[in-house]
Design a protein around this ligand. Structure first.
Ligand code: NAI
Ligand code: 15L
Length: 272
């Protein structure tokens, strides 16, 4: 397929590019859009055809401004990707997210895809099905930082006419790793489909999307976000025999089973 030019005809900016999801996405984004600016705090490479690599810290405001200059759209994955102390979460996910969204505003980037997380809603019970209108119910400081990112996105859409999709990603790994992930798994191919659907939606305001494959045990419904044409093609169902050969033997009263966020609901809250 020939490279598809983003409407702004400028490179896609990808943060968190050295991480698990960034590494999986880089070749697909570079091939589809032709020009990609990839960034992380840790060095990585080599650069792919059409890719520029920029290393730096999202907590550094001036670095984010340089990163955003000239980019056409932002896919913001960079930050701490699990629970940690307030000090770590605040710097990478609160300060980092503000710096990157604001750098996007200053650079005139309209469209942003933000990697939120299921942990923004992790204290909802697993017995409940949620749609985009479900209230935030974070299960950890990490979840609070993703809820903050969603709220910041809402502000930047209303105040600065940006277009931002907040992806409440479930569990995006090569394969589902446990019984919970039979509900939450998002294959890398479906993740790419979801990001393309966000980048190429004709019109987007503030949008919340759940990021999960077509899992029959899933909890999330994207029907209230029809502007993003995401059709998952994979399913965790094919791993069910491997992950629970004798059925689901988990204790339903275990908080890590009872709530959508799994073990995150049990993690200790630490200042530093
Ligand atoms: P990851 O931890 O593998 O990648 C995150 C990247 O961000 C790392 O390469 C790290 O070096 C970089 N980073 C951290 N702090 C930074 C800073 N201050 N400045 C610049 N870069 C920094 O995580 P993964 O799995 O690739 O996730 C990507 C994004 O998607 C994260 O924001 C994560 O919270 C979110 N997400 C991922 C899910 C998953 O199942 N993989 C589920 C839900 C959300
Ligand atoms: C996330 O938000 C994390 O980034 C990822 O490492 C997993 O823990 C995932 O959620 C999950 O809930 O499985």
């Amino acid at each position: 397929m020939p490279p598809v030019r983003h409407p702004a005809d400028r490179p896609i900016l990808l943060t968190g590019a050295a991480g698990g999801l960034g590494t999986a996405l880089r070749p697909h984004l570079a091939a589809r859009y032709g020009a990609l600016r990839s960034s992380d705090i840790v060095p990585f490479g080599p650069a792919l055809a059409g890719e520029e690599i920029v290393v730096g810290d999202l907590a550094d405001e001036a670095f984010c401004d340089r990163l955003g200059a000239g980019a056409g759209a932002l896919v913001h994955l960079g930050g701490r990707s699990t629970e940690d102390s307030w000090q770590v979460i605040c710097r990478a996910n609160i300060v980092g997210c503000f710096n990157m969204f604001d750098a996007a505003r200053v650079a005139g980037i309209k469209r942003v895809v933000f990697a939120s997380s299921n942990h923004a809603i992790g204290f909802h019970p697993s017995s409940q099905r949620l749609d985009a209108t479900a209230r935030q119910r974070p299960d950890s400081l990490y979840g609070v930082s993703k809820a903050f990112g969603e709220d910041l996105a809402s502000l930047y859409v209303d105040k600065h006419q940006m277009e931002i999709a907040c992806l409440r990603i479930g569990s995006s790994f090569p394969e589902p790793a446990d019984v919970r992930q039979l509900a939450t798994w998002l294959s890398y191919d479906d993740l790419f489909r979801l990001i393309v659907a966000c980048l190429e939606a004709p019109k987007l305001g503030f949008a919340v999307m759940y990021g999960a494959s077509k899992n029959s045990r899933g909890w999330w419904d994207n029907a209230k976000t029809p502007e993003i044409a995401f059709e998952p093609k994979d399913s965790a169902d094919v791993y069910a025999h491997k992950l629970m050969p004798a059925g689901d033997k988990r204790d339903p009263n275990d908080p890590a089973v009872k709530f959508q966020g799994g073990a995150f609901v049990t993690f200790e809250t630490k200042r530093r």
